[in-house]
Design a protein. Sequence first.
Length: 307
Amino acid sequence: MKHLKKALKISAITLAALLFLYAVAFSVIGTYLVYKGYRYVKQPFLDVEALVSQNPSETSYMTLLRNQLRKAGKPDTLVHVFTPLDSISPYLKQTVIAAEDDGFYVHPGFDIEAILSAHEYNMRFKKIKRGGSTITQQLAKNLFLSNVKSFERKFKELAYTLLMEKYLGKDRILELYLNYAQWGPDLFGCEAASQRYFKKPCRKLTYHESVRMAATLVSPERYSPLRENSTFLASRVQVIANNLYLHHQIDDSGYKNLTGVLPPDSNAPTDASALQDDSTGAGDSTDAEAVPPVPQFPAPSAPIQSP
């Protein structure tokens, strides 16, 4: 009987010790998970808050590209020059918006109509040939996210997009986009591209030079704005000119100067994003001048209040 009581006592002490250890372990794990969850939620706020007054040294995409170049045994040098928005040609601002996101200054960061249109187009061709991402969504992905396609990445992209729209404002978003977009295999930012291709600061870009640069954004590693004989780039220039004409930013003369032809009778812009052929030549154009100014966007708003 005495031995039984002793065994029961030892068992009770052991059980209590195990329960205590489990409680401590679960407490530590629970605290860690809560902390990780807090950081997961708070990190986008911190990242976007920093963008209010700071310019990143490089984006997540630039870091990824450097790593890929090193793995391939190639030099990982990327050319990047930052320039303020007021030192960028108004023609480049206009043409980039027309090329990438012609509803940029009216949507809240995502364009439902463009997403549905892209989905319908891709379903018709049974492959991903067109995207519906806005300038803000592209910037969010390039600055902070990987190229891995997952629901988590799309969720983060949406979170960053909404935060940037709320706390940075259109002006700052456009400035960051123009300065961190890829414009060539090793070129990032419109200033570096302008100096490389046209031997001038980007504030001096003409309308014709600007539309050629904007046209290459769809595939900057393949196309140069100097390739005047590219059928694909010619089709992209026409898409941009159509959108500019539709929004009354150029007239018939400006349209002809950019494309070499008169504008179509229809008001609907032509979408050439599915074109991949590059076999025939396209004629050169002359510079288009005397255009309306770029729409002025609201200034950045107050600092972020994180949760």
